[in-house]
Write a protein that binds this ligand. Structure first.
Ligand SMILES: *[C@@H]1O[C@H](CO)[C@@H](O)[C@H](O)[C@H]1NC(C)=O
Length: 401
């Protein structure tokens, strides 16, 4: 084919992909299928939130290896990060990924999916295509989605408390929930924050420098243009681009590298490549642009506080010019933090700030591996020894196992 033909073909391909009615339904392995493929039982549950979002919770109720379905199995909820979904807890397989390790340690494992991601893309009142659908950020995930998931699990299992582990944004929503709805402290058995993200003053990822000044300042044009929409949609085109550049044959090509750059600053020396390739099938997992904008606002303001709508709307909404801080002193649940020095998004100095706001943090663990980065908590070859084993040890201790 002549080179000149490539350009119109490319335009056509982009157009077709954008108009693809299948949009988010590309044939991929769902969380429950992944779980089944390793022999574990899997369940799918739907939770409707008070504002109509339908969230999918996947569950590994017990381990086929232990055959412990009739034994006492305390529930654990795992919550993914930004752009991610429940698959992130599975892609390194039964010997390394936290979800399976917990199931094999005798726990009832629940995998949450925040509103807007590929498994939670429905609302009983609002169409997915309406900007209103995307009018949320991690504040709502923390104040509505996670509490509703916990209430659901409590009702299903008859346990009064749930263990919780979150990665990245999965830690932000835990902090938001417990400071805004402190009654949920009593429903947490233990909480485990992997790569905790609340303060971003020292965030050194390039993404902050590129986008921070543009969209981190409230009320600006960029902010209005980019708000209430889907951020990096999960569609066939994006997926194919990522797949082709990260798939077998060309494992770490430029697009792949750039796509994950903001998470994996500091290189890939620890990355389990086949796990990363599986991640790519269902990532980026869908999120609202407001989630990203809110994070950039934190980077600009150096505070951990609610969404900044600009002075006028802030006054209406919050009764003050600036958004209120999340009051972390309200967190009383037993909370363990696991962070790493080479985390370019939520690095050691910002973890220091976070830790200083806690009245009673159970543990401030720093992963003793220099190159361990933000994404390594999910896909590193050594995450079992460095992180997952510790989480399970602490949960076991709490359960006197
Ligand atoms: C890497 O990922 C593969 C694919 O999921 C898995 O089978 C393997 O056990 C993982 N290895 C490590 C060390 O994480």
């Amino acid at each position: 084919m002549r080179v000149s033909l490539y350009i119109p073909m490319l335009v056509l391909a982009v157009g077709l992909a954008a108009a693809d009615p299948q949009y988010c339904l590309s044939p991929m392995k769902r969380t429950d299928e992944r779980i089944n493929s390793h022999g574990y039982p899997a369940e799918t549950h739907e939770v409707e939130t008070e504002d109509g979002y339908v969230l999918t919770l996947f569950r590994i109720p017990y381990s086929h290896k232990l055959r412990n379905q009739n034994e006492r199995r305390p529930p654990v909820l795992l919550q993914h990060g930004l752009f991610s979904n429940s698959d992130c807890w599975l892609t390194s397989g039964p010997d390394n990924s936290l979800a399976y390790l917990l199931a094999d340690a005798g726990y009832d494992v629940w995998l949450g999916n925040a509103r807007g991601n590929i498994y939670s893309r429905a609302n009983n009142y609002i169409s997915l295509n309406s900007p209103k659908f995307w009018h949320f950020d991690w504040h709502e995930i923390g104040t509505i989605d996670i509490p509703e998931m916990i209430d659901y699990i409590v009702a299903e299992t008859n346990f009064k408390k749930v263990h919780f582990a979150g990665h990245s944004q999965g830690t932000t929503v835990y902090l938001v929930m417990l400071s805004e709805r402190p009654e949920y402290n009593d429903k947490i058995a233990t909480g485990h924050l992997l790569a905790p993200c609340a303060f971003f003053e020292h965030g050194r990822s390039a993404i902050f420098r590129w986008l921070g000044p543009l969209v981190g300042t409230p009320g600006g044009v960029w902010n209005q243009l980019l708000g209430d929409t889907e951020l990096i949609p999960h569609n066939n085109l994006i997926n194919r681009l990522v797949d082709n550049s990260c798939g077998t044959g060309s494992p770490f090509d430029s697009i792949c590298k750039n796509g994950f750059l903001m998470f994996a600053n500091g290189g890939y020396q620890n990355t389990n490549i086949s796990s990363m390739q599986q991640m790519i099938e269902t990532h980026p997992g869908g999120s609202s642009s407001n989630q990203g904008i809110h994070y950039l606002q934190l980077w600009e303001s150096h505070e951990f506080r609610q969404y900044d709508w600009g002075t006028k709307k802030n006054r209406e909404l919050y009764g003050q010019d600036l958004p209120p801080d999340y009051d972390l002193s309200k967190i009383t649940a037993i909370t363990h933090s696991y962070s790493s020095e080479n985390d370019a998004l939520c690095g050691p100095d910002d973890v220091d700030t976070l830790v200083s706001k806690f009245v009673n943090l159970a543990e401030d663990h720093r992963v003793p591996w220099k190159s361990f980065n933000h994404l390594d908590f999910i896909v590193a070859n050594n995450m079992k020894e460095l992180v997952n084993d510790l989480v399970i040890e602490r949960i076991n201790k709490h359960e006197s196992r």
